[in-house]
Ligand binder design. Sequence first.
Ligand SMILES: [Zn+2]
Length: 478
Amino acid sequence: MVSISPTSSTGASSPSPVARSSNVYHIFAGKLFDSHSRKLVPKQAITIDRDSGTILKVQDVADFWAESERRRLADNGVAEEIVDLMHLTVLPGFVDAHVHMFLHAYKETSWNDQLTKESLAERTLRAGAHARKTLMAGFTTVRDLGTEGAEDADIALRKCLAVLPDAEGPIIPGPRYYCSSRAIVSTGSYGPKSSLFPSQNVVEGVTGAEAADGVEGCIRAVRRQIGTGADWIKIYADYRVRSRMSDVSPSTAWTSTALFTNAELRAMIDTAHAHGVKVAAHTNTPGVIEQLLDLGVDSIEHGSDLFLSDAHGTRAGATLIEKWASLRGTTVWVPTLAVVYTLGQQGLHDTAAWERTRRSFEKVLQVGGAAGAGPGREGIRIACGGDTGAFPHGENGLEMVLMRRLGAEWGVVLGWATLGGWECVRGMEWEGERGEARVRSVEEGQGLQGAKARGKSNLERGCRLARFGRAGRAIWSA
Ligand SMILES: [Zn+2]
């Protein structure tokens, strides 16, 4: 006989003892967000394998009950558990494709002071706390694009966040964690820079990233970081190299220029790809973006000047967007609206940067260059990534709020924040059919109170979430 034992979605309850007798459980969703169609589907029953976390079936609740009756008649004697979220809208876990777990808000402590005055121990302990905040905000997967001076501590953090064999759970609660260790820059380009010794880009032995020069040096750095255990290679492809000019010419100091030659970029990207590792590139300038697109980089981070109508002319900006859109999704754009907006508001960043970023994002929407997440939809593929860490961890959702505010439809934004994020951060080994299988095996998700997943209001307020984790354990609810 089948006995159904509903599990409350509130009160962080664990499944009832009865439920343990079945190797599957079911989630009833008042509405379910489908990342492929980017629509809310009403009254869905999701059947999940308790051991693997794999979603076995999604069907109408009415069909579930009809099937349940058949199972009851078959008298298989297995009790089943239902997590009743019929009063909620259920979504797959969000993905933040650009975080820095080893940084905290610049408003609290500047980047320079974090690197030069906070010990590696402090920064690592903070990173553990940041991971928990990230998960509590509904983000179940992140990609960390550089420890920014915290050496290779992200590799250890990844271990502590993982469910190791024979362990009950992870050592630290947090999201699924893809990381890139130190990131790569060219000599002289990146901080922290010594005040006493202007030619030194090292303070007390701390460097913000690993410096590499020349084709051989660049290949060596990529190999070393992959050997260290990095999931991704992060390259700073352009940066404010002439920052020391700030005393006499702030405009020169704030201008980004390329850090690497085309041959160096090609060497790094090809080497990483040969090892099955993807490459993310920090870049803002149109010329560097175009080079990286031609070289097959996997993601462009920021891209504030993608549409730079003043300096390059309207036509040039639109042409670059059209070129990117025609590449059919091989390079993902992570526009990091949240960091540019926040630091601009706080007076910590070039105030014109937000205007340029905003214009580039709006122009991509206008010319129809933005693809919805998922295969078969042409255009620039976009993932949500806030550069979270420069502003508080846990506020990752700001990126979605800003995308919505700048005109993207809420369904498309949620698609970018879920399936689009996964398609960006997943390793090369997940490309193709295997990746599709992984998309279906979402191990956790969240329910939005009141079925008001219309973007702005709910996300801005910090919506009520009922999270459910691996094996159906309700691990948090508030
Ligand atoms: Zn970043």
